[in-house]
Ligand binder design. Structure first.
Ligand code: MBD
Ligand code: FE
Length: 309
């Protein structure tokens, strides 16, 4: 066999060489991706300097923990949701609260309380923002209340920062698990915070600048809703009126997930959430679905589920 290759014979060799069966699916996927990249590099006459600069960018992307920003920003997270929606359609089980992407900023282990929680602590609110109550009911596929569902909520502060990732915030700040009551009801308090923006420097910003794109999300609140026997629901709600609501860098806004907010609501009844002045309020019900597949009720999501951690 000659060890001199053409572009085509090199690709053929890269994709066929083996000493064992390996994993059929991995071989097929890597073969396809390698073929596509060979083609891209050849067609665009990618230079060695461009290639190695891209490798350096990937190395820094991993080292800075920003891979999840790129998967969201290039539409992969939403693509996976669209494919799961399509599978639900095909199986005739597309119903309930729409799913929305988890994003890269979930942290497990938030403090848990019954019926209600205050997501912000008083330091979250630095003057500008308004306090908001979100309340509603968790129901099942028949519209019946789901008691003792765990709503794991995570939100950002008035700088768009999420605890664990943003300097100066407390552990689990703006992250709470709320257990619905016997009638499926829940409520929590947070603030009307702005949306997230990707870090001003770093590999994600470099790519977005080169693409001529912004890196903003409209204001939103994330949830997992977990209850044995029901499909774990990963979703978000949006705060209306945000200028990025139809221009989310992560493509995650969905119809049916935009809150209706009442203004200057009487604080009576909300003292246990530390509310004594008029506040904002929204009602949002979570409609869960019956578990169909074995891992539908898995409380783990995304990476932890994929890696069985
Ligand atoms: C976020 O807050 C977010 O929700 C997503 C999807 C990506 C980056 C930051
Ligand atoms: Fe977010």
């Amino acid at each position: 066999m000659s060890n001199e290759f053409t572009k085509a014979s090199l690709l053929e060799r890269v994709n066929s060489v083996k000493i064992a069966e390996g994993d059929e699916r991995v071989r097929a996927l890597v073969g396809r991706i390698t073929t596509d990249l060979f083609k891209t590099i050849d067609e665009f006459q990618v230079t060695p300097d461009e290639f190695w600069a891209a490798c350096d960018w990937l190395t820094r992307l991993g080292a800075t923990g920003q891979i999840g920003l790129i998967t969201a920003g290039l539409g992969f997270d939403r693509l996976l949701d669209i494919m799961m929606d399509e599978a639900d359609e095909a199986a005739g089980i597309a119903a309930g609260t729409p799913r929305a992407i988890e994003g890269p900023l979930f942290v497990p282990g938030a403090p848990q309380s019954d019926y209600e929680a205050q997501l912000d602590d008083d330091s979250t609110l630095r003057g500008q923002g308004k306090v908001m109550v979100v309340e509603g009911q968790v129901t099942d596929h028949e519209g019946k209340p789901v008691a003792h569902a765990v709503i794991d909520a995570w939100h950002c502060n008035e700088q768009g920062g999420y605890s664990h990732f943003f300097p100066g915030m407390k552990e689990h700040e703006l992250r709470r698990k709320i257990v619905s009551d016997a009638n499926g009801n829940y409520r929590f308090r947070t603030t009307i915070a702005p949306g997230y923006e990707i870090p001003p420097v770093g590999p994600t910003r470099e790519l977005f600048t080169a693409l001529g794109r912004h890196g903003n999300r409209p204001a939103h609140i994330h949830f997992h809703v977990v209850k044995p026997g029901h499909r774990t629901l990963t979703t978000q709600v949006n705060i209306p009126g945000d200028s990025f609501i139809d221009d989310d860098f992560a493509f995650a806004t969905r119809d049916g997930l935009i809150l209706n907010i009442e203004h200057d609501v009487d604080p009576a009844g909300y003292a246990s959430l530390g509310i004594t002045a008029p506040c904002e309020r929204a009602r949002f019900d979570f409609h869960m679905q019956k578990a169909v597949a074995a891992d539908d009720t898995d409380p783990r999501t995304r990476m932890a589920k994929a890696l069985k951690q």
